[in-house]
Design a protein. Structure first.
Lengths: 262, 316, 300
């Protein structure tokens, strides 16, 4: 469904863009329909840049990104808007994702204004309630409230509901639970699992290997902008081929095992 | 150094009343013990850590006492605490990496700090360099500006700086939360090495990541909604916890090994109670699957086994 | 930095905060002495400027009274050396003062905010070019340009003067708005708005500007005051429109006809005091508004 082929991202920095910074170099992988792929990397690995390129928030410098056969890296105007109906994103900081001076459900009404302008109030209400139910939110508890009156977990679920409203095929989840408390994290993660069972694909971007291992079918390991290893999650974690992957796995703190002496 | 905390209460002043952030903490810390202080946001762990070294303007000491090696620690008196900070009690603050003055070279920063305490930089320089090398940093670091160092390097510089005067008690607040997994391990192990070499006496490691603190701590204390829930040796907490909150919390952590397709983990439904006017009795009872009528009465933090304290009626 | 405990309380929705930020702002604004006091003074002057000329049957420049007469029952602020009614001149002068403040300040606000929003939001080459433009206008010697302009074309009306003032006063606004926009643009709700298909102008208008509304209001007030001062200065040195009554022109005439030496204090003191009072009250109002919008500054 989603194919990245030789994708690269170079930023221009300095006055008049004199210098260059390469964030991503020659990255290729795919996300099939109904599949959860985790994109694992530490800071500086380029994983966020990749997510933003897939969401077309930044331009692709090299290579191509194809969604259902269409090269989305050159889309503009109506084509781009159509793409937005198919692919959406949720980000790390729920409190930064909501404009603090407006009510939280404004993110949902913006979707209505942009994508469903002709919909009657009642039909919209039904759609919205359905989406909120799908993320286990009680409409009475979250509608008509300001972001600071809701918890991080509720806000993240609302953002997932916003994406689901559009009947998307792919959700790009960039560190969506790292700012939540441990006891709510797993619930949001399980939610992704449920959505996947309903046919949604997820690109799960994270630095936390245990989360990736829990939820994903396939894993792509990134280091300094390049793919060092990818494959079925079970395989990558059980038989890491790349020394970087092995170091990463060895450093992850486990709950029932102390770090092996190095 | 041995630490004894008795019924410590610290509240925050807000426009709407007092937030009872820390409501009666009683525990002891032996000399050379590394204790992990774990809990979710709002449980009071940062308040506890901060109150042991410096109460800021909004914090109010409401009751309780702290003793370090038998001497009362005057935490309520800012002036009296000043000579003790950095020398007897030291802190590695959260976001320590951002605590380094960006306009000063590291060496100059340390020199100024020591001078302000009345210590001679020249006398400390050889030991400083020795410790920097111990954590894997060369002496060139002293000539760098903070912006030239990576997050992990800055964190290690702050670690060395905070422990330079061999404090008896070190409080590390979210030491590794902003670091990558590979640097996390290096920094955490450096902390243990500091204790092993007696650069510090005892350490309180404040964290929200139980798996990480399990790697380095001797004991772990779990807090919930301003109260202590459980304290036990690290191994016991992780393998045989007695407090329902600890049990539920641990079972919601995905480690490498568990997969969604095999076994779905569950979180803890609901939210912690407000600390503005907290409910009476056990503060976890609204979310606890084992709650019964006795829970309306607050359970005391008592010893149920050797070195194992729990605040739960069901566990006793 | 918000303590994690307080933040957790707020996150848990336990700290009740005002339903509407505007209502909260209004509530505090009406109770802030600086805001109310400043606004009262400004509105009083405005009322004077609007109402007074309606109740007299002669014009401000008509020779109606005894020359150089001190304030009396007939002529509340006395007369000039030519027998013109100073009070009427004063009231009419206030009109043009407010007009130039509103037009000049408004124009500067419009240009500055547009340049600032676009430069801050777009970044890249657009930002660089707009920055260059801002810097050039910033260092242009406005007075020199005006003298040349006056020599060839002449500034003949208050709106024209306002246009000129507006065209030179916007750079600091552009800089400040650009800085705020740059920081707001990195917030993830802007990304979400883009993902929702919102266009750039809509994002600036509906997501970014409302977050800065308090700042924009205060900026306009400062520009208003600045325009008034600038206009008064120009009028005083004779570079303003001469067939319209203004406070600066009054002071210009007073100096030219030696009011100071002759002791005709009622001619030059009121316009100077008027400008000082209006601009001063505007600035005090601004300080008060800063307290209203920034809860940490409130004296509680």
């Amino acid at each position: 469904m989603l194919t990245l082929d030789g994708v690269g991202k170079t930023y221009r920095t300095g006055a008049f863009g004199g210098r260059e910074l390469t964030a991503v170099r020659d990255v290729s992988f795919t996300v099939a329909s109904g599949e959860v792929v985790s994109l694992i990397g530490e800071s500086g690995s380029g994983k966020t840049a990749l997510g933003r390129m897939i969401l077309r928030l930044v331009d692709v410098t090299q290579g191509s990104i194809t969604y259902d056969g269409v090269d989305i890296s050159r889309l503009r105007g109506r084509g781009l808007k159509e793409y937005r109906r198919r692919v959406q994103g949720v980000f790390q900081d729920p409190f930064s994702c909501f404009n603090p001076i407006f009510k939280a459900d404004r993110v949902l009404s913006i979707i209505r204004d942009e994508f469903f302008p002709g919909l009657r109030a009642e039909q919209w209400r039904q759609r919205m309630d359905g989406a909120l139910a799908g993320v286990r939110l009680d409409p009475a508890a979250v509608l008509d409230k300001y972001p600071h009156q809701l918890s991080g977990g509720q806000l993240q679920r609302m953002l997932i509901a916003r994406a689901v409203l559009l009947d998307i095929g792919l959700l790009v989840a960039d560190e969506i639970i790292s700012m939540l408390d441990a006891s709510t994290r797993i619930d949001v993660l399980n939610l992704l699992g449920e959505l996947k069972a309903q046919g949604l694909s997820v690109l799960f971007i994270t630095h936390d290997l245990s989360l990736g291992h829990y939820i994903s079918d396939r894993t792509v390991i990134l280091r300094r902008g390049e793919v060092v290893e990818q494959g079925a999650t079970g395989e990558v974690f059980a038989n890491p081929q790349n020394p970087y992957t092995r170091t990463l796995l060895a450093s992850v703190p486990q709950l029932h095992e102390r770090w092996a002496a190095q | 150094m041995a630490l004894q905390v008795k019924d410590l209460r610290v509240y925050y002043r807000t426009l709407r009343g007092d937030v009872q952030a820390l409501d009666g903490a009683t525990f002891t810390l032996a000399d050379g013990e590394i204790m992990g202080l774990a809990g979710e946001s709002g449980c009071g762990k940062s308040t506890l850590g901060k109150s042991l070294i410096r109460l800021d303007a909004r914090m109010r000491l409401v009751g309780g006492s702290v003793e370090l090696d038998g001497d009362i620690l005057p935490i309520g008196d800012d002036e009296a605490m000043r000579p003790l900070r950095f020398t007897k009690v030291s802190l590695i603050p959260q976001y320590a990496m951002s605590a380094l003055n960006p306009t000063r070279k590291i060496g100059k920063l340390i020199a100024e700090l020591l001078r302000s305490r009345g210590f001679d930089y020249g006398r400390f320089r050889p030991e400083l360099i020795r410790r920097l090398e111990l954590v894997g940093l060369g002496r060139e670091v002293l000539d760098n500006y903070p912006i030239e160092l990576s997050g992990g390097m800055k964190q290690r510089v702050v670690m060395v700086l905070s422990t330079l005067l061999d404090p008896g008690l070190l409080i590390a607040d979210e030491l590794t939360s902003a670091l990558d997994v590979s640097t996390q391990r290096a920094v955490a192990e450096a902390l243990v090495e500091f204790r092993d070499r007696r650069f510090v006496g005892s350490i309180i490691v404040i964290t929200h990541d139980i798996s990480l603190v399990y790697q380095i701590a001797d004991t772990i204390m779990v807090m919930y909604a301003g109260k202590l829930a459980e304290k036990a040796p690290a191994e016991t907490i992780v393998t045989a916890p007695r407090h329902p909150y600890t049990q539920l919390l641990l079972s919601s952590l995905p480690e490498v090994g568990v997969r969604y397709s095999d076994r779905k983990l569950t979180g803890i439904p609901g939210r912690p109670p407000t600390l503005l006017k907290p409910p009476g009795g056990c503060r976890f009872r609204d979310r606890c699957p084992l709650a019964y009528d006795k829970c309306r009465e607050e359970p005391p933090f008592t010893e149920v086994a050797a070195d194992h304290l729990v605040a739960c009626w069901k566990a006793m | 930095m918000i303590d994690s405990t307080i933040l957790a309380e707020a996150e848990a929705g336990h700290l009740p905060l005002a339903e509407s930020k505007t209502r909260e702002a209004l509530h505090y604004a009406l109770r802030n002495r600086k805001v109310v006091g400043g606004l009262a003074v400004v509105l009083a002057f405005l009322a004077l400027g609007l109402a007074a000329p309606l109740f007299t049957d002669h014009g401000p420049n008509d020779f109606v009274g005894p020359p150089a007469a001190p304030p009396s029952g007939d002529y509340w602020l006395g007369t000039t050396t030519f027998g013109q009614d100073v009070f009427l001149q004063f009231a009419n002068g206030i009109r043009s003062t407010f007009l130039v403040g509103f037009l000049g300040g408004g124009l500067a606000a419009l240009i500055g905010m547009t340049v600032g929003f676009v430069a801050g939001y777009r970044g890249g080459l657009v930002d660089e070019l707009l920055n260059m433009l801002t810097n050039v206008v910033l260092v242009l010697p406005a007075l020199v340009v005006l003298i040349i302009f006056h020599a060839y074309v002449g500034v003949t009306s208050v709106p024209m003067q306002a246009l000129f003032i507006g065209a030179f006063s916007w750079p600091w606004v552009a800089r400040a708005v650009r800085a705020q926009t740059l920081s707001l643009r990195t917030r993830e709700f802007v990304d979400l708005a883009r993902l929702s298909g919102m266009r750039t102008t809509a994002i600036i208008r509906r997501e970014i500007a409302p977050n800065m509304s308090s700042y924009l209001v205060m900026t306009f007030i400062l520009l208003f005051g600045g325009a008034v001062l600038f206009a008064a200065t120009l009028d005083f040195i004779g570079l303003g429109p001469t067939d319209v009554v203004s406070l600066g022109l009054m002071m210009n005439s007073a100096v030219r006809w030696s009011a100071l030496h002759l002791g005709l204090w009622w001619w030059f003191v009121p316009p100077g005091a008027g400008i000082t009072a209006i601009v001063g009250s505007l600035y005090i109002m601004n300080v008060g508004l800063d307290e209203v919008f920034n809860p940490k500054l409130r004296e509680e």
